[in-house]
Design a protein around this ligand. Structure first.
Ligand SMILES: CC(C)(COP(=O)(O)OP(=O)(O)OC[C@H]1O[C@@H](n2cnc3c(N)ncnc32)[C@H](O)[C@@H]1OP(=O)(O)O)[C@@H](O)C(=O)NCCC(=O)NCCS
Length: 198
């Protein structure tokens, strides 16, 4: 097994993995509102490759803004091929991604997922109690992790989209590809998507 940076020709395999894990309705989730018009962080998108050269795991991170304008990361989706689960692949992808994020001076990561799984990596719902997502979510599944101690200590307010980097802006998820119509309150959160090309 090897963990490598995601490449454009992995896209179809990633889509299949994520579809199998979460189904097509996944785009209705609040976290997908945070990905509209924003590209994932290129240097924090990884796949695992099996011995036959197939993509059997994927993890991505997205730029977000917490509160007024505090930059942070959204982890997800992460998915492992059903036949490869419970062998430590998910943990390897998460630990690799978090280590790379920390090495690049990111300070905090949030996600929506099960604390019984993500707790082992240090994620906790206690760190997000004063934060809100742009849409309905279960507070017990909205988890945070501090890469820098205290990074989420004063975090409160809304989580909004981050700014796409110049390098990744052309990979941004177009709003038309998502379930934008399912959520009509994003503007109330006050986080603008960067103008095209920024
Ligand atoms: C979650 C996922 C990425 C974990 O990948 P993985 O390679 O199986 O993970 P690991 O091998 O590191 O860990 C597996 C262990 O975590 C447990 N686990 C997996 N998902 C869990 C969850 N949602 N809650 C609690 N425990 C979970 C497994 O039961 C297994 O326990 P075991 O070691 O006692 O058998 C994978 O199961 C997956 O793709 N699931 C579908 C997508 C999904 O549900 N993602 C979000 C999870 S909230």
């Amino acid at each position: 097994m090897a963990i490598v940076l995601e490449q454009p020709d992995h896209a179809a395999a990633i889509e299949t993995l994520v579809d199998r894990a979460f189904g097509p309705d996944r785009v209705k989730k609040a976290v997908y509102r945070l990905r509209e018009g924003v590209a994932p962080v290129d240097e924090l998108c990884f796949v695992s490759i099996d011995h036959d050269g197939r993509v059997d795991g994927t993890i991505r991170f997205w730029p977000i803004a917490i509160g007024t304008d505090e930059p942070a990361l959204l982890l997800g989706p992460i998915a492992v091929a059903p036949e490869r689960r419970s062998a430590g692949l998910g943990a390897s992808l998460i630990r690799h991604g978090l280590a790379e994020a920390a090495a690049r001076d990111h300070r905090a990561v949030v996600l929506v997922g099960d604390e019984p799984y993500y707790g082992r990596f240090g994620f906790s719902a206690r760190l997000t109690t004063r934060l809100a997502l742009p849409g309905p979510f279960e507070p017990a599944r909205f988890l945070g992790l501090e890469l820098v101690p205290g990074a989420l200590a004063g975090a409160c307010g809304r989580v909004g989209r981050g700014w796409p980097s110049r390098r990744t802006a052309d990979r941004a998820t177009p709003a038309s590809d998502s379930a934008a119509g399912a959520f009509d309150g994003f503007g109330a959160f006050g986080f603008a998507v960067a103008p095209e090309g920024v």
